[in-house]
Design a protein around this ligand. Structure first.
Ligand code: GLN
Length: 520
């Protein structure tokens, strides 16, 4: 098997056994990026030189009998919302064009300290606002299963990179579903850790009370390995939890035997049914059936306030985003547009520059949310909107607490549909927002969640995902149950779901889409 088709765990074994070097593995992935990224556009920036330098250093360490940890030498891609010292960081926005951070996010610093070469920065919806990566100022990313379709969002670049074997691992961020929903529509695994479980230092904030960085991988075990590298307390993040992470890799290895005897699985009544594609629901029901056969006690739980989660999120998120994005003032970072006003002969004022920069630098979706958020926070409306939303947020948390009284984990489909066509929802904000119906409650309450592939869900042969949620700081449960379901499903399919993806590269060149197969 070519190096880039292997999981991170298998690559780590190969490095340890001396069957491959980090330089070879990293080069194989860079070659793959060269080969397919012209069609995918998963990357905004590729750092071949830096990655190969770090890979060579990893090989030298290994030769000297030293190791910086289980993923030392395994290449990784990082969502462009994480600050990377010396590497451009744009958050998918024109307003950060040309900005090169002088420091590393804690997650990035931990990747470097763990010896993982960073191959590049991945595409995303501008400031992580979106579910399709079409709101990137630098053009959309395409889904490797069908290039005419979206790879999910906001972290579509990370998911597409992992699904297309451009990188074995990637970092995503999840504020309302941006790791899990791209995972579902690209047939990959995505984990949103417990809020406070992974440092937010250097993660350019969308909504501080909701944002979490996490792993994007092809297997549950790979996600656990990566989570242990990036997670744990960080004094630089005031919301970081001062507790050690649970044993995640151990949980993933334990789950791999597929035995769920005695595990109580709660099916959330409100996350399913109307608005969900029939094939997505069918794959979900099969997963639940497999868990039952494997010994799980399946119960239905009701979380009535979840039906208000989306509306609540779209008050809290814009409110926090509007205040966060105020820092892009044309003075400190990236873009600066200087208008030639001079009505009275004078030069433009600081305000003129700020207005012109923000007008040119932000895209429509970002402007929409700044306006919504500013409105929701304005005096006279604050109690009616923001204050009310915070109360509903508490109800969501209470629903979770009650449900976890009856179940160890909760399950639902991850996203209501399979990947839709590029262009289909981009002009319909509400239709776009509805993609996160099932993922948002976890962010409002801070609980951890994983999405794993549940199978091919429609006549076009596109993947869907199943979501597993656990109580805060019980991230080990999502790994144990996720790994169990993953191995039960693999036994059904006779292998990994991604092996059923149509080849990105065919004889005669890159395929552009199912409808235009062979063209381009
Ligand atoms: N799609 C959601 C939004 O647009 C979630 C984004 C995210 O998780 N970053 O807000």
């Amino acid at each position: 098997m070519s190096p880039e088709r292997r999981t991170a765990a298998a690559l780590a074994d190969a490095l340890a056994a001396g069957e491959a070097t980090s330089v070879e593995v990293t080069q194989a992935h860079l070659d793959r990026i060269d080969e397919v990224d012209g069609a995918l556009h998963a990357f905004l920036h590729v750092d071949a030189e830096g990655a190969l330098r770090d890979a060579a250093a990893s090989d030298a360490r290994r030769a000297a009998g030293e190791s910086w940890g289980p993923l030392d030498g395994i290449p990784i891609a990082v969502k462009d919302v994480m600050a990377t010292r010396g590497l451009p960081t744009t958050c998918g926005s024109r307003i950060l064009a040309g900005w090169v951070p002088p420091y590393d996010a804690t997650v990035v610093a931990r990747l470097r300290a763990g010896g993982l070469p960073i191959v590049g920065k991945t595409n995303m919806d501008e400031f992580a606002m979106g579910s399709s990566t079409e709101h990137s100022a630098w053009g959309p990313t395409h889904n490797p299963w069908d290039l005419a379709r979206i790879p999910g969002g906001s972290g579509g670049g990370s998911a597409a990179a992992v699904a297309s074997y451009e990188a074995p691992l990637a970092i995503g961020t999840d504020t309302g579903g941006s790791i899990r929903q791209p995972g579902a529509v690209t047939g990959t695994v995505g984990v949103k850790p417990t809020y406070g479980g992974v440092s937010r230092y250097g993660l350019v904030a969308l909504a501080n009370s909701l944002d979490q960085a996490g792993p994007v991988t092809r297997t549950v075990l790979d996600a656990a390995l990566l989570h242990e590298v990036i997670g744990g307390h960080d004094p630089l993040d005031s919301t970081s939890i001062e507790q050690p992470l649970p044993a995640l890799v151990e949980a993933a290895r334990r789950g791999a035997d597929g035995d769920l005897t005695g595990v109580r699985v709660g099916v959330v009544k409100e996350l399913g049914g109307e608005g969900y594609q029939a094939g997505v629901l069918a794959r979900f029901e099969e997963s639940v059936e497999l868990m039952t056969k494997a010994g799980a006690e399946v119960v239905e739980v009701s979380c009535p306030s979840f039906v208000h989660a989306l509306a609540t999120y779209y008050l809290i998120l814009p409110a926090e985003a509007s205040s966060n994005l105020a820092r892009f003032d044309a003075m400190r970072y990236g873009l600066r547009v200087t208008p030639d006003v001079a009505e009275n002969g004078a030069g433009p004022s600081a305000e003129d520059v700020m207005r012109a920069t923000r007008e040119a630098g932000f895209g429509d979706e970002v402007k929409r949310r700044i306006i919504l958020g500013t409105y929701a926070l304005s005096s006279g409306y604050y109690d009616a909107y923001y204050g009310q939303a915070q109360k509903v947020r508490t109800l969501v948390t209470r629903d979770f607490a009650a449900a976890f009284g009856h179940a160890d984990v909760l399950v639902s489909p991850t996203a209501p549909t399979t990947a839709f066509k590029i262009g289909e929802k981009v002009d319909d904000p509400l239709a776009m927002y509805l993609n996160d119906l099932a993922t948002i409650p976890a962010n409002l309450s801070g609980v951890p969640g994983i999405s794993i592939p549940s199978g091919l869900a429609d006549e076009d042969g596109l993947p869907a995902g199943v979501q597993i949620l656990a109580p805060a700081m019980a991230d080990d449960r999502v790994y144990r149950v996720g790994a169990a379901l993953e191995s039960l499903l693999a036994a059904e399919w006779g292998g990994a779901l991604l092996d059923q993806a149509p080849p990105l590269v065919e004889e005669g060149g890159l395929r552009r889409s199912r409808d235009h197969g062979g063209e381009g």
